[in-house]
Structures are given as C-alpha cells and as structure tokens.
Design a protein around this ligand. Structure first.
Ligand SMILES: NC(=O)c1ccc[n+]([C@@H]2O[C@H](COP(=O)([O-])OP(=O)(O)OC[C@H]3O[C@@H](n4cnc5c(N)ncnc54)[C@H](O)[C@@H]3O)[C@@H](O)[C@H]2O)c1
Length: 365
C-alpha cells in the first residue's frame, strides 16, 4: 500500500502538517526538505533500538546536501533526564549546531519529548521534525508540541511547549515494535473513541483482529483518525487555556498515579491508562453520568485488544489517591477528572467525592 495522507495542525504561523503513509518515509522527508530552506545541517536524535531507521534518514539527508550528525540515545524512560539533555546540548555544540540547524527526533515518545526539548532550549529554539516509531508516539506524543524531561521524583516536570515543523509518520516502521508496546499505544486510540468519536469506537470494536494483526490499511486508518482528532483539539486549545485539551487526559489522572505507585516498572503507559479509563468509567457509572452497558463495551474492547483493565491487588488505594493529588491536573487538592457521559462524549468534573473515587478504584480489581 502506498497511500499518503496529510493532517493539519492549525496554529497560525506555527501551523504544520502530519504526513501519514506506509513505506514512504523517505519520500515524505524529501517533501519536508523542499520546504525547509535553506537546510544545511541536521542533528538526528535517535533511539538506539531504531538506529537503522536513523541511518536511512541520515543517508537520504546527506544525499539532499544536508550535513547530518547522529546522536544515539539509550532507549527507555530514564533517558528523559537532566544528564541526557546536558549531554545532548554538548554534542550539539560539538557538531557545530547553529540557529539554522534542524533537530530530527527518531524514536518513540521518550525521544520525541527529549529531542523536542533539546530543540526548544538550544540557542533559544531550533526547528524540529518528529519521526515517531512507536504507535503511542504516532497517535499521541508526536503531535501537539509538549516536550520535556523528568526529575527523579516527578515525570514531565521540566519542559516547554514547542511545536514541530512537521511530523512524518510511516506506519511500516512499526513492524519491529514488540506486541506489548503496540498494544500500549492502542489504549490512546480507544481513548479518542470514548472522548470524541463514537464511529471510531465502533470501528475499533468491529476490527479488533485486523488491528492486532496490524493489517496496514487498518493501522493507517486508526493512526490517521487519532491524529485528526488530536490535531483538532490542539488547534482549538494549544495550551489548555479553554479546558478543551484537558479531555485528552481521560483516564490519565488515575493512570499516572498507577504508574507512580508501581514505580514506573509494572505497567507501560498505555496499560496504566487502560486501567485508569476503566476506573474513570466506573466512577461515571457510580455517579449516574454513564450507563453500565457502555462501560462494559469499553471494558470488552480494551480487554479484546489485550490491555489490562484490573489493577493488581497489592496496590494500596490510599497511596493511589495520594499520587492523584500530586497530578498536574489536580488543583489545590481538587480532582479534575474527565468522565464519560456517552461513547464519544465526556465532561470535566471537579465534584467527585473522594469516597466515590476510592470505590471506583476498588471496583477495578
Ligand atoms: N508529549 C506528549 O504529548 C506525550 C504524550 C504521551 C506520552 N508522552 C511520553 O511518551 C513516552 C512514552 O512513549 P513510548 O510509549 O513511545 O515509549 P518509548 O519511547 O520508551 O518507546 C517504547 C520502546 O519501544 C522501543 N522502540 C521504539 N520504536 C521502535 C520500533 N520501531 N521497533 C522496535 N522498538 C522500538 C524503544 O526503544 C522503547 O524500548 C513517555 O515518556 C511519555 O511521558 C508524551
């Protein structure tokens, strides 16, 4: 399949295009190179597990006359660190990176966040491209301009809004992605269905096997629809000023707390979000905002896609509540939770009593 599609993020002079294709990454790069003029130098920040993709991109850029330096980064969340960003800044200086250079992020969400922050901070801001190589990065983290790193005690606490110049998605790079990582990305796709798009939700229900088998047309469809939905939200509320962008947080206050209380080692991000959406759904049902039958549809879909919906029993509810209080979306101790009212529609609610929240957590075991 060789279809190429484009989705626009509309942010006035910072608008950009998300190219989506299968097996056409280098052609997409040619198009971007034709727009980025003059383009004399690129810094490729590459996850070590996709070094060969980085090499293909380096060769193509060199053939287009772009001097290209590669910074290989160890894979894993621990690379979103102060030490790693400092090492990148030093490498960029050694590679004679200047204000006309372009940073190219090649990897999953870790590399996108790290390289995006390197681009935002080096010489007060360089252009950058996102070339996402995980499903989670394609449907979520490469779009929207949130970049940053972690401190030892807090995730994503240092960062900047810095929009990419373009996003180039080639779904064929997912071939090497392990199944568990692929399924983790699917949790975010289910999220888009629940918060915004009942038709997408029905499509996911109807095509579970094809999704799990990674049928190219089906993967391209779910990536494209997810990007369209995220692009619309970001175009309308780039910095979460109107509250619209907060709906993307469905399941995330629970999910981030699950990740934190299990020391980021037990669950992948999407797995924690899957359990978090189940808890948020249960709370919505308990509060008579949502029907039990729709919650069951959500649970059946998540389980069918191989995602966990139950929290392991040794996670203590009160610790989870404490972790939720530290979430960026919690203000002055008040939980702002996104709760479904029907599939394709959610509300932001700040009036959920703690005992109801604890009950929803305990139901999800
Ligand atoms: N900026 C945002 O808006 C945003 C949104 C959601 C998540 N995030 C961030 O994204 C990160 C998670 O992203 P992720 O799930 O992509 O994790 P990741 O970047 O750690 O990638 C997951 C694993 O897949 C490997 N990998 C990447 N591409 C591969 C490929 N094609 N084949 C084989 N292996 C490959 C990586 O080396 C890693 O081991 C978190 O740090 C999270 O905070 C950011």
């Amino acid at each position: 399949m060789s279809q190429r599609n484009a989705v626009s993020v509309r942010l006035a002079e910072r608008s950009y295009t998300i190219g989506i294709s299968t097996n056409q990454l280098l052609e997409q790069l040619d198009d971007v190179a034709a727009q980025v003029r003059p383009w004399k130098h690129a810094v490729l920040i590459v996850d070590q597990k996709v070094e060969s993709i980085g090499e293909r991109i380096r060769e193509r850029l060199e053939s287009l006359g772009v001097r290209s330096d590669v910074c290989l980064v160890p894979s894993g969340e621990s690379s979103k660190s102060v030490a790693q960003i400092a090492s990148l800044w030093e490498s960029m200086l050694e590679h004679r990176t200047d204000r006309k250079s372009v940073v190219v992020a090649i990897g999953g969400g870790v590399i996108g966040d790290l390289a995006g922050f390197a681009a935002a901070s080096y010489m007060r801001g360089l252009r950058f491209l996102q070339i996402p190589t995980t499903l989670l990065a394609m449907v979520d983290s490469s779009v929207g301009g949130k970049t940053g790193i972690n401190l030892p005690k807090s995730k994503n606490v240092i960062g900047a809004f810095w929009q990419p110049h373009a996003v180039c998605i080639d779904t064929s790079v997912l071939e090497s992605l392990p199944d568990r990582e692929y399924r983790s990305g699917l949790a975010e796709v289910v999220k888009y269905g629940v918060i915004l798009d009942a038709k997408l939700f029905e499509y996911l229900e109807a095509n579970q096997q094809a999704i799990l088998q990674r049928v190219p047309q089906v993967v391209q469809h779910i990536v494209q629809r997810s990007c369209e939905l995220k692009a619309d939200v970001v175009s309308a509320d780039e910095r979460e000023t109107t509250g619209l962008r907060a709906i993307l947080n469905y399941g995330h206050t629970f999910g981030h707390a699950i990740e934190a209380t299990t020391d980021y080692g037990r669950y992948l991000h999407g797995e924690a979000i899957s359990i978090g959406m189940t808890m948020a759904g249960q709370l919505a049902v308990d509060r008579n905002l949502w029907t039990r039958s729709e919650l069951e549809r959500q649970t059946t879909l998540l389980s069918g896609l191989g995602l966990p919906v139950r929290l392991e029993s040794n996670v203590i509810t009160s610790r989870l509540i404490e972790a939720m209080r530290l979430d960026k979306k919690t203000e002055h101790g008040v939980f702002h939770l996104i709760l479904p009212t029907k599939i394709g529609q959610v509300e932001s609610r700040n009036d959920s009593p703690v005992d109801r929240i604890m009950n929803a957590i305990d139901c999800g075991r």
